[in-house]
Design a protein around this ligand. Structure first.
Ligand code: ATP
Length: 937
């Protein structure tokens, strides 16, 4: 047995029972340990002895023993590492007994820990353990008894701490630092997936943190003992800590253990601070604090490495962003977010919110669900273009360029193009005016600046004279700045008439970014305005998403199919949400529910499209300027096909213009026999089919080297093979006229298409009943009744009855039918046609099939104007109508008709039924200007 270290002051010796502990167990002062006592006869004997000596001792009275670890071949009795130690000389490692039952005097270590037995734990025989609480470190001077239990002569050691020692103070601080670092790492690694480590409950971790923080230098030894006990260390390390009587020595040894432990955890846990890799678990911890500890430790450690006092590697595998290991490249996520927010040049309101949210985020635990929500929100804020804009190409050539662009992209549509150019002109003038004001403001600012540079006194004097009026002037000028409250355009027309492509052309002409928002089928208000942030997976709405996508605050937004926007339902009212977007007075403070900060939409150029106005709520319609696009005539379609659609399809299908030649008659045939639509979408599709077929032919010819035989010309006879049999016959008007059948005109509200409509009336013996079929609406039914009343009232004058008091319906019933029975029809515009059809039926005189008519009829027989003239006449021309009777009141509408229609259809105006009858049957129009009925002829 070696001598105790000389530093140890001689303190009273004592003899106490010894409990040898099997490796790797060792009790250190201030720690609690469970010593397994199954088959430990010595422990039983100790307890029996104590109780036999003092049978009156209360069971809870403190029993003091000394816990002594068994020796290791690698550590000397004094705790030094053995290289050539006399005690171990000639002994192999492992030469000491490891089972306390068989241990002898020579197997016990030179130092022990006096401990209080605080109880026995375990329910079953095999799992009993003695709970001991380490009290103080003692030196084992001698073992005085081995059986039935060990008894040793012990001497207390002096654990005095020299608080004046600066070296010790420094080492103690390092110990504390490392202890906290380790704790933080254990907590972090316990929440990371796939890291084999003990999990640490947040409460325990917090207590440990407090325990470490409260220790002061005088307790350096006990903190070292505590940390040595809690960390994972080898038996030898524990023995060396136990034997370290000198506190500085002990602190050094524990520091070494901690450093090794930290490196090993870091090695197995390379931390990526992306919230996706950290699952939600285990309460909270402060990632920033952890990061700070890491960085401090790193600084300190790299210093130590430089001085050579520590063998730790300089690299510090750990957090991205930690200096010294390339972490700067992987820029810290929060820093990056901060930078992105700075770059986004937020509005003052948004900036305030962003700063507040950033502060919240920094304090937040990344494993909290709220962290992700907050981060997403900030990312969204950073992506919204608050102030970024593109510069409009509004120079001297703008209008010329825009006109060219519109003409290049679209044939016809002159009225619409004119309106769009007006819009651009106004925009340009406003910008120019604003630029002039800006220049004046700049000039004023310059005139103020030199005053500020002058001496104080002089400055004061001059300021009174000059600065005040200048500032007022500035304000005045600011007021004069033109706010861009341009109207929102609504393009209405049948499908495929070029609404979308017109909007695109405007964006191109202006040099602005273009984004299309499809509103068709949007049933939920939240789709437009976003969800409130409190909802799970909340998102901004379509408008903010659009802004994020284009990345500038002044794009062209196409609000497509605004007429298909859902109406008010339990999910809110989407059209009401659009009101705020589209109102130039309100949209500079549009608030998305998710973003919850006013966003300026006044610089966005909104263009809406719709197929019909019927389903657009009036308040919404009121905020837009409507521009009507009607269907194209055959002639227009021919031009569009030749100039735009065919070249487009040729390139789409990989052909060269020389590879295909489609003559005008072929195009006409496709237009009239294979399509019947107001727009040109189907036409483009059919042309595409022909191009594809030609492409196959050309490719085959090329492959088989028969190119000379390839004929690029498409002939009329080819069409049958490529597009199938004709879908529509050209001649739609009836071949033979019959009494009671009249050609009317109809403009369908859905799709804005016009066509002819036959009115068929048949009579039969009966009692004056009127039957109506063909899905006729109420107004249409009423117009039949009006027509019948007028005819009945004027039957004698019309020559339909022999006497003035005779009822022409007395012995007959009539049936009015409008074919295409599945299509709903309504409106008063067939009144004239009904009247003429009734007179034709009763008089037996047929009406020419190529004559069509439209107009409302009043009871007095006046013919009143109706709507949809352009669509109706285009439809009439397509159907082969030659003459059309229109109400006098519609004369103004004819001016806007395409030339082709004006030339192709003979238009005659009537203001009264009598006049109309004269046009239908001119031979019966008395020269004197009156009608001659059959009976009176
Ligand atoms: N006047 C025109 N000149 C040239 N091409 C045209 C013209 N009108 C339409 N087109 C072409 O027709 C196609 C369909 O047009 P677009 O998609 O703009 O129709 P739309 O009116 O928006 O239809 P929808 O109401 O169904 O959205 C496009 O390829 C477009 O270029």
């Amino acid at each position: 047995m070696g001598k105790s270290p000389s530093k140890t002051s001689p303190t009273p010796t004592d003899v106490l029972p010894l409990i040898p502990l099997a490796p790797p167990l060792a009790v250190l002062p201030g720690t609690t340990l469970k010593v397994p006592i199954t088959n430990r006869a010595d422990v039983a004997a100790i307890l029996a002895k104590i109780y036999s000596i003092s049978p009156t001792a209360k069971p809870d009275a403190a029993i003091t023993v000394a816990c002594v670890p068994l020796r290791s071949a690698l550590v000397g009795r004094e705790g030094g590492l053995l290289i050539e130690d006399g005690d171990a000389k000639g002994e192999q490692p492992g030469g000491f007994e490891t089972d306390p039952v068989n241990a002898t005097k020579k197997d016990v270590f030179g130092y022990a820990c006096v401990a209080k037995v605080s109880g026995v734990q375990g329910r079953r025989q095999g799992e009993l353990s003695l709970v001991v609480e380490g009290l103080e470190r003692v030196e084992v001077l001698d073992v005085v008894q081995e059986r039935p239990y060990f008894e040793g002569e012990l001497r207390g050691v002096d654990e005095h701490v020299d608080v004046a020692n600066p070296e010790l103070a420094e080492q103690f601080n390092l110990l504390k630092q490392l202890s906290r670092e380790l704790l933080a790492l254990v907590r972090l690694s316990s929440i990371l997936p796939r890291t084999p480590t003990v999990s640490l409950s947040p409460i325990v971790a917090r207590r440990l943190e407090l325990y470490i923080a409260r220790k002061d230098l005088s307790e350096a030894g006990s903190l070292a003992d505590f940390m040595a006990n809690v960390v994972d260390c080898t038996h030898e390390e524990k023995l060396r800590v136990l034997a370290a009587i000198d506190v500085k020595d002990r602190v050094d040894r524990v520091i070494e253990i901690l450093q090794r432990q930290i490196s090993s955890i870091q090695g197995s846990t390379r931390i990526t601070v992306t919230s996706t890799t950290i699952p939600v678990a285990h309460g909270s911890f402060d990632i920033d604090q952890l990061r700070r500890i890491q960085q401090e430790a790193l600084k300190r450690r790299s210093g130590m490495t430089n001085s050579g006092s520590n063998g730790m590697p300089a690299g510090f595998p750990g957090f991205p962003g930690a200096p010294g290991q390339g972490g700067e490249e992987e820029a810290n996520e929060l820093e990056e977010l901060k930078k992105r927010l700075q770059d986004a040049k937020l509005s003052p309101d948004a900036d305030k919110v962003a700063q507040r949210e950033l502060q919240r985020l920094q304090k937040m635990n990344p494993v909290q669900a709220e962290y992700q929500v907050c981060r997403n929100y900030l990312e969204n804020l950073a992506e919204i273009p608050w102030t970024k804009t593109t510069v409009d190409q509004l120079d001297a050539k703008t209008l010329v360029k825009a006109k060219k662009q519109l003409d290049d992209d679209h044939y016809g549509l002159d009225k619409i193009k004119k309106r769009l150019l007006e819009y651009l002109a106004v925009l340009k003038l406003k910008e120019q005016a604003n630029k002039n004001i800006d220049d004046q403001i700049k000039a004023l600012a310059k005139s103020i600046a030199p005053i500020e540079e002058k001496g104080e006194k002089e400055k004061d004097k001059e300021e009174k004279v000059m600065k005040e009026p200048s500032e007022a002037e500035l304000k005045l000028l600011e007021k004069k700045r033109m706010v861009d409250k341009s109207p929102i355009l609504l393009l209405v027309g049948p499908p495929g008439t070029g609404k979308t492509s017109l909007a695109k052309s405007i964006a191109t002409a202006l040099g602005r970014k273009f984004h299309r928002i499809s509103l068709g089928g949007v049933r939920d208000e939240a789709e437009i305005r976003g969800h409130r942030r409190t909802y799970v997976a909340a998102m901004p709405g379509l408008i903010v998403n659009g802004l994020k996508k284009v990345g500038v605050a002044n794009p062209v937004f196409l609000l497509d199919e605004i007429d298909k926007l859902g109406v008010s339902n339990y999910n809110g009212d989407p059209s009401a949400a659009m009101l705020e977007v589209l109102d130039p007075e309100q949209n500079h403070t549009f608030t998305d529910h998710y973003v919850n900060i006013p966003i300026d939409l006044s610089r966005v150029l909104f263009i809406a499209t719709a197929n019909s106005l019927d389903t657009i709520p009036p308040p919404l319609l009121d905020r837009m300027e409507t521009i009507q696009l009607s269907g194209y005539t055959t002639l227009e379609k021919r031009h569009i096909a030749a100039r735009h659609l065919l070249p487009k399809q040729i390139t789409t299908n990989g052909l060269h213009p020389d590879n295909i030649d489609m003559p005008t008659d072929v195009l006409d045939k496709i237009i009239t026999s294979y399509t019947r639509e107001s727009g040109v979408r189907n036409l483009e599709r059919e042309i595409g089919s022909v191009c594809r077929s030609k492409a196959v032919e050309y490719a085959t010819a090329k492959d088989t080297e028969t190119l000379p035989q390839y004929n690029p010309v498409v002939t009329l006879s080819d069409l049958d093979g490529i597009l199938g049999i004709e879908k529509f016959t050209e001649e739609l008007t009836e071949q033979h006229s019959r009494p009671g059948v009249v050609t009317g005109l109809v403009a369908y509200s859905t799709g804005g298409q016009g066509s002819i409509l036959f009115i068929e009336i048949a009579d039969m013996p009966g009692t004056g009943r009127v039957q109506l079929t063909g899905k006729l609406g109420d107004v249409l039914k009423e117009s039949v009744e009006v027509a019948l009343s007028w005819v009945k009232a004027h039957a004698f004058e019309l020559g339909l009855s022999a006497a003035e008091d005779e009822d022409i319906m007395k012995n007959r019933s009539i049936h009015v039918h409008c074919p295409s029975g599945a299509i709903p029809k309504d409106g008063p515009s067939a009144g004239l046609a009904h009247t003429v059809a009734l007179i034709s039926l009763f008089s037996g005189k047929p009406v020419p099939t190529t004559l069509a008519m439209t107009g409302e009829v009043s009871l007095r027989g006046r013919v009143l104007p109706v709507g949809g003239i352009k669509e109706k006449l285009i439809g009439a021309l397509r159907a082969g109508v030659e003459r059309v009777l229109l109400p006098e009141g519609n004369r103004k509408d004819v001016r806007d008709l395409p030339e082709e229609v004006k030339k192709g259809v003979g238009i005659e105006f009537v203001s009264h039924i009598w006049e109309g009858l004269g046009k239908v049957w001119p031979e019966r129009w008395e020269r004197a200007g009156g009608w001659v009925g059959e009976s009176r002829l």
